[in-house]
Design a protein around this ligand. Structure first.
Ligand code: FEO
Length: 400
């Protein structure tokens, strides 16, 4: 797919409207696009980002058309995840003299993706420039947006910024530019979901990325997924939303959600007692019990990841915690959960392995496990209920 965006910038990406799951864990109900670009200078040509390996043939066709058959000199990779780099080894077979331009961290990743010892790789630093003749590429370091390798590329002569995943969305419509988006509600939904899945763990870095690019007065922001953002279209609104979502929260009270599953209501009764205990210790705290099978898992995961502390209750079935508990724990943002206080409780019938298994998972992400737990055999007795209430109370009192 080929389209001219400015005098020197051409779209060379591909659309994938049929994709329904991205990177194993993300839903893509509106498909996605793997955006890539070519920049034609008076002396040199550059490609910016590549595409998923499956779409190499179409990508190559677009490059050939965009460059009028000329050879590209540089391949700028603002981020090396394989949806943007999977075809680079094939590209190098076609253009072996191509110089790959990446950040220091990117150089490590791309070497391990292409596995070609002789490849030309140039590492660029924040503020460094490459001249294409009448056009300039300037690099802006943007680590953890969303990998350590991430950077942006600024083309001042065209007031165009290339941000790879940052400010993007898994969204696919035939028009490549935001002013052509037909299903706007769905687009904004996709922007929010994409932010939550990819950037929410990196709030401080998002703020840094916005700040670093605020003064550029970009006319176009060329992301790697979804429509190209324009100054007269959605760019300002996307930036505003990223700013709001990533702003540090000012809280006046603690958030201590209690998550549980309950086969016969026994772990549920413990959960209610735990909540009473937390509220006794911290009357102003936001503390509510959530039965995992009655709520949207993404919403619960957000509550868990944004909490000050949390508790998990699970029955033991087949010597393990139950599946919804594992599904929640699979959504832990490990980069942010370190030292987060967590306490455990649950009812069991035979041997009660659920809690040690959950503890193992939480230890692996360096959460701070509370030293006490409450385990009740089948139907909790009054003593068990009191113990659960006491667990909530002492756990809440132990919080910093
Ligand atoms: Fe679109 Fe992080 O790759």
């Amino acid at each position: 797919m080929f389209k001219q965006l400015t005098d020197s910038v051409f779209y060379t990406g591909v659309l994938n409207p049929a994709l329904r799951v991205f990177d194993v864990i993300m839903r893509t109900e509106y498909g996605t696009s793997y955006n890539a670009y070519a920049v034609r200078g008076s002396e040199k040509n550059a490609l910016i980002e590549a595409v998923h390996r499956s779409f190499f043939a179409g990508y190559l066709e677009s490059i050939t058309e965009a460059l009028g058959g000329a050879r590209p000199d540089y391949l700028i990779l603002n981020h090396c995840e394989p949806d943007h780099t999977g075809c680079v080894d094939k590209l190098l077979e076609r253009f072996p003299d191509l110089t790959i331009v990446v950040s220091q961290a990117g150089s490590i990743y791309i070497k391990q993706i292409i596995n070609r010892p002789g490849a030309r790789i140039r590492v660029v630093k924040d503020g460094e420039r490459i001249s294409l003749g009448d056009k300039t590429l300037q690099f802006i370091s943007a680590p953890f947006l969303h990998w350590p390798d991430s950077m942006f590329t600024w083309l001042p002569e065209e007031q165009t910024l290339f941000t790879c995943d940052f400010l993007g969305a898994h969204f696919c419509e035939p028009m490549l530019v935001d002013t052509g988006v037909v299903y706007e509600d769905q687009y904004w939904e996709a922007v929010r979901y994409y932010y939550d899945c990819i950037f929410r763990p990196f709030g401080t870095y998002v703020q840094n990325g916005l700040e670093k690019t605020a003064g550029l007065d970009a006319r176009f922001v060329c992301t790697s997924h979804g429509p190209v953002l324009t100054k007269n279209g959605m760019l300002h609104r996307v930036r505003e939303r990223y700013a709001a979502w990533s702003a540090p929260e000012k809280r006046t009270h603690k958030r201590i959600p209690v998550f549980y599953c309950s086969a016969y209501g026994n772990t549920g009764r413990l959960a209610e007692a735990v909540v009473r205990g937390v509220q006794k210790a911290l009357p102003g705290a936001e503390c509510e019990a959530f039965n995992l099978i009655e709520h949207d898992l993404d919403d619960l995961a957000a509550r868990m990841n944004e909490s000050d502390a949390f508790l998990i209750g699970s029955p033991t079935i087949n010597r393990d915690a139950v599946a919804p508990v594992w599904q929640l724990l699979a959504r832990i943002e490990a980069v942010n959960i370190q030292k987060r206080p967590v306490a455990l409780f649950g009812s069991y019938g035979w041997s009660g392995e659920a809690l040690p298994h959950i503890a193992e998972r939480l230890n692996s992400v360096k959460a701070k496990l509370y030293e006490h737990q409450v385990k009740a055999v089948l139907v909790p007795t009054e003593d068990d209920i009191n113990a659960a209430e006491n667990l909530g109370e002492t756990f809440a009192r132990s919080l910093p």
